[in-house]
Design a protein around this ligand. Structure first.
Ligand SMILES: Cc1cc2nc3c(=O)[nH]c(=O)nc-3n(C[C@H](O)[C@H](O)[C@H](O)COP(=O)(O)O)c2cc1C
Ligand code: SF4
Length: 607
């Protein structure tokens, strides 16, 4: 680990050799900019301007462009951040487990002000969005690479000591970094072993046209949120003209409370790659990418090992399974802490080494995606499901689930329950069944699909998780009656404001205004007028934002105002307009200036 004083001499000379090797590995391509920045930062700790300038020169880019990209991603730093950079997950379920108190404790022990580097450059402590460890929180990230699960006071005490004594992270207790899979219920995907290559063989036996029609017949719909028909997406891409076609696996999994893709990538990486390879065969692609969220960097080595093994097994590379002309390989691109990069067009921008700003759509990625070429983007779980369809056929797949929601869905269950973890059920399973299975009692609400999803209250627990009833991208956050739903919504509002990419005004300003109104209510200055304004903001953002982040940012707010109104009303100061500050206090300066402090100079006296 290097020391990081803002006045230190340029590190460029010191790092020249490893940097050269790194750039050579990435072919000095501007497309690799995000990867290069991430890795350079890992070498140097942060990204000083002279280093960015050098990278810009080497990649044939302008410094302004490189700075613009580096400035976009939360895990890239243009200022020194400390040898040890500790990021506590700010997800609401981590907070329910005491994450905030543990962070405060660590800051106290280390003498650190949150979000500021300690004067000696040793350490900084801040929040990050959800780390994807909702089933084993509270969790934190160290230097963006290592995740510590189940943080408790003992770990905080030891953590502070390690940092003070400069113990390298590699020497910290290995059990701190242990991530358990917590598979609690397995069905078709989690419970059926698939021999590597079996789904590819089945696809090859059918041929690309027939595998495409099989996926269409299966009525498989995307598991990433929008639920678009997978077969149709693949068909549109296959038919779109282009020099190359691309397959992209969306492993960004940034929706707070979601961690099922983490488990699939850990336990079923072969199945994910198998599904991608089947997709490549169907659409005629030679290149694929996994976009792995930065928080899951710890999975990178194992995923690369699986890719290497598959190349050796002739399941990737040239002439897969000796099929002439069927060449396909996969690269892994690691994200750098931006929730919006889960949106497919922002993800593609990021893959191209740019800021993750969502594109104007249409055109859609199936026609103009990566490098403007036809591209399919699918969720991790969708690829696993597609591999099963290829292997067992559409009829087997449609025999599970409902007519409009075929097959199974994997849920990430967290919050107030005895058995948090990953549960796979046929589509159409009732919410109360899952609550029973996970050991949830006295539940007042379930946030289905994460902050951008649906807040379901107790009287709706008979509803079913399916596209036609309660759709979900996978999060299932349980809240018992001791929880304050207002605090949950406020946490979500801060999340969206933090993650808004700032490209369009309704979202950039709207998410900030929502936070302001909720903060105003939280500190006891709220009125009914504020609730009306929040409703208006929801309507405005729902219809006018550039991408789904802004459009869904108020979903939980709207649901909770409707279903948990007392959580808001008990905080209201008045039923009419209330300013966000104490008027009388604000007039103190004026009273001092005029030398008046008699009763008539105080507002209460006039009320
Ligand atoms: C702000 C935002 C974040 C998203 N994050 C993810 C994500 O982490 N993983 C994912 O698969 N889809 C995510 N999506 C949905 C993707 O845009 C896209 O619809 C999905 O990857 C398509 O795959 P599917 O058809 O298999 O669902 C996100 C969408 C938005 C608007
Ligand atoms: S809606 Fe938000 S995240 Fe999406 S483009 Fe606009 S500012 Fe960016």
């Amino acid at each position: 680990m290097t020391s990081k004083s803002p006045t230190a001499p340029s590190p460029t000379i010191l790092l020249r050799e490893p940097l050269d090797a790194l750039l050579t590995r990435y072919g000095r391509s501007p497309l690799a900019l995000v990867q290069v920045l991430r890795e350079v930062q890992a070498l140097n700790g942060w990204l000083p301007r002279d280093l960015l300038s050098w990278i810009a020169g080497e990649l044939g880019l302008t410094l302004a462009h490189v700075e613009g990209v580096a400035g976009f991603y939360r895990f890239l730093h243009l200022q020194p951040v400390g040898d040890y950079r500790i990021l506590f997950s700010n997800n609401f379920t981590d907070r329910m487990l005491g994450g905030q108190e543990l962070m405060d404790d660590l800051c106290r022990r280390l003498g650190v002000v949150p979000r500021e580097m300690r004067a000696d450059g040793r350490v900084s402590v801040a929040h990050c969005s959800c780390t994807g460890m909702g089933d084993q929180g509270p969790a934190l990230l160290v230097n963006h690479r290592h995740v510590v699960t189940r943080v408790d006071t003992d770990r905080v005490v030891q953590l502070a000591e390690f940092i003070e004594e400069r113990v390298p992270v590699a020497d910290w207790p290995s059990q701190w970094f242990h991530v358990t899979d917590n598979i609690r219920r397995a069905d078709v995907i989690l419970g059926t072993p698939v021999t590597p290559g079996a789904a590819i063989s089945a696809a090859l036996a059918r041929g690309p046209e027939r595998i495409l029609s099989e996926v269409k017949k299966s009525n498989l719909r995307g598991r990433g949120g929008a639920g678009f028909g997978t077969g149709l997406k693949w068909e549109l891409c296959r038919k779109a003209p282009g020099d190359e076609h691309y397959v992209v696996c969306n492993a960004d999994e940034g929706e707070p409370g979601t961690f099922k893709d983490r488990v699939l990538l850990t336990r079923h990486a072969d199945l994910v790659f198998e599904g991608m390879t089947v997709a490549a065969y169907a659409i005629g692609a030679r290149k694929g990418f996994v976009y792995l969220r930065g928080e899951y960097h710890y999975l990178l080595g194992e995923l690369q090992a699986v890719l290497t093994r598959r190349r050796e097994q002739r399941l990737l590379g040239a002439s897969i399974q000796d099929q002439p002309g069927f060449d396909f390989d996969i690269d892994i691109h690691v994200g750098a802490g931006a929730y919006v990069c889960g949106e497919e067009s922002a993800l593609i921008e990021s893959l191209e080494g740019k800021r993750g700003t969502p594109r104007i759509r249409p055109p859609f990625p199936v026609e103009h995606g990566y490098l403007d070429q036809p591209t399919i983007v699918n969720n991790v779980e969708t690829f696993c499901a597609a591999a099963h369809v290829a292997l067992s056929g559409a009829t087997r797949w449609t025999s599970v689930g409902t007519t409009r929601s075929t097959g199974t869905k994997i849920h990430s269950v967290s919050g107030d329950c005895e058995r948090p973890g990953v549960y796979e059920y046929p589509y159409g399973t009732r919410i109360d069944r899952i609550l029973e299975d996970c050991g949830a009692t006295d539940t007042q609400a379930v946030q289905v699909g994460g902050p951008s999803g649906t807040c379901v209250s107790a009287f709706e627990f008979g509803r079913r998780l399916a596209f036609e009833d309660v759709p979900t991208a996978g999060a299932f956050m349980v809240f018992n009656r001791s929880r304050d739903m207002f605090r949950m919504v406020r946490n979500f509002a801060h999340f969206f404001a933090h993650e808004s990419c700032g490209f369009c005004t309704p979202c950039r300003v709207g998410t900030a205004l929502v936070v302001k109104r909720l903060d105003k209510i939280a500190i006891g200055h709220g009125s009914r007028h504020d609730i009306d304004v929040l409703f208006e903001l929801d309507k405005l953002m729902h219809t006018s934002t550039h991408c789904g982040l802004g459009a869904t940012a108020c979903n939980a707010l709207r649901d909770t105002i409707t279903k948990f109104r007392p959580a808001y009303e008990q905080r209201l100061k008045s039923l009419h307009f209330e300013p966000g500050f104490e008027l009388d206090d604000e007039l103190e300066k004026a009273r001092q200036l005029t030398g008046r402090d008699d009763a008539n100079a105080h507002l209460e006296e006039w009320a």
